[in-house]
Design a protein around this ligand. Sequence first.
Ligand code: NAD
Length: 445
Amino acid sequence: MSDTYLELANSALGKKLFSAMGLPEPVVLVREDSQQAHNLSGQVLIGASLGALFADKVGSFLEGTSMQISDPLVKEKRHLIYDASGIATAEQSAELYNFFQQQVKSLPACGRVIVIGLKPSAAAKPEQGAVQRGLHGFIKSLAKEIGRNGSTANLLLVDKGGDAAIEAPIRFLLSAGSAFMNAQILTASTPVAPMAGDWQHPLQGKTLVVTGAARGIGLAIAEVLARDGATVIGVDVPQAEEELKAAMTRLGGLPLPLDITSAGAATILRDFCSAQTSSLHGIIHNAGVTRDKMLSRMTDHQWNMLMQVNLGSVQRINAALLETELLDNGGKIVGVASISGIAGNAGQTNYAFSKSAVIGMVETSAESCAARGITINAVAPGFIETQMTAAIPFFTRQMGRRLSSLGQGGLPIDVAEVIGFFVSPQAAGINGNVVRVCGQSILGA
Ligand code: NAD
């Protein structure tokens, strides 16, 4: 579904009109070029506090990319990375302030701000941990100030052992793939598996399952994974078999028409995967439904049916896969939650319960997964332009779009790109993360 307001704001006449009327003018976000995905370009300025731990490493791996490291004294448009890990006192926070106060105006349209800090529990002293926690508030506020030109600000926290794992998240946050990920906090921890991989085609030779792959976000996920080199096993309900087969034929994938709530579905899925490969690289639990009703009017069917699609089947499939060693040593599990599961929403007690439980699944399983070399993470999409959101009444839909700092809804590919990052082998230090893909929607933030 097209966003007429965004289109108008970016037309020649609309630009004049909107600016004369003082209306917000959201920017069309730059997204990955499918022929040259993961290609980093442009200028980047790297700043660091005294005693910063990671800036040198960031500089050296970025020198190996097609990005230019910018000189602070030269006036030019550039992305900004700041290593704040050395900041340990209230007074030292002025170093962060000085850097951004001087440099924030040099951000290009759709620019990137990345701040690197320490996970507060990994700081040497509680006082430093508290000061590092301040970076959350800083990044969330700065994201609100720079969003109007399509720029984003995100925070990478480094846990103990996570210094080995910072390259993948920094590259992803600098890339066009992170266009709609805004004001988020990623944590890098000790990698759970080897991180070797090709940056352009990280999933070459890998097989992954995507549920709900016939349309919407699931189809976009399948497309991104295939673009990155993967063979996708696409699962969807038998009623969607035709679309599923067409999509999988186009992407060189394998269709598996299957209602994931049907009896024995988890075993059928697992056996299908085992027949294709002895080492499944990952599963993306994307299939999901809404059955909105105020609680007092909700039927048993609306609660129970939704819970089986969004939660019960996800748990059964994980259990079936984890009974085997299919995912061990490098496998990836990704859940698809929702900001409804974080913020809550009237008429969505069932949906929000299920999506909150998907977040719970990540929180409670990360440690046991890590012990087997598996990562488990989730995305929590905000307003994404799909058939699901096209069904929302007109005014609510407009509100949903404008409530984000980027002033627009996201596209299915925005969610897919974050998932593509989670499942890349180089992201083996990204475990137990839940990332909102919502352009910094004010809902539940
Ligand atoms: P969609 O309705 O367009 O697609 C969902 C797909 O899942 C469909 O192809 C459907 O056939 C499939 N599916 C449903 N039940 C199934 C079952 N029992 N077995 C197998 N497949 C099944 O929805 P979408 O907007 O693409 O959403 C995808 C995911 O993203 C869902 O989990 C949804 O909750 C989540 N999400 C979407 C948004 C949004 O704004 N669109 C926001 C937050 C979260």
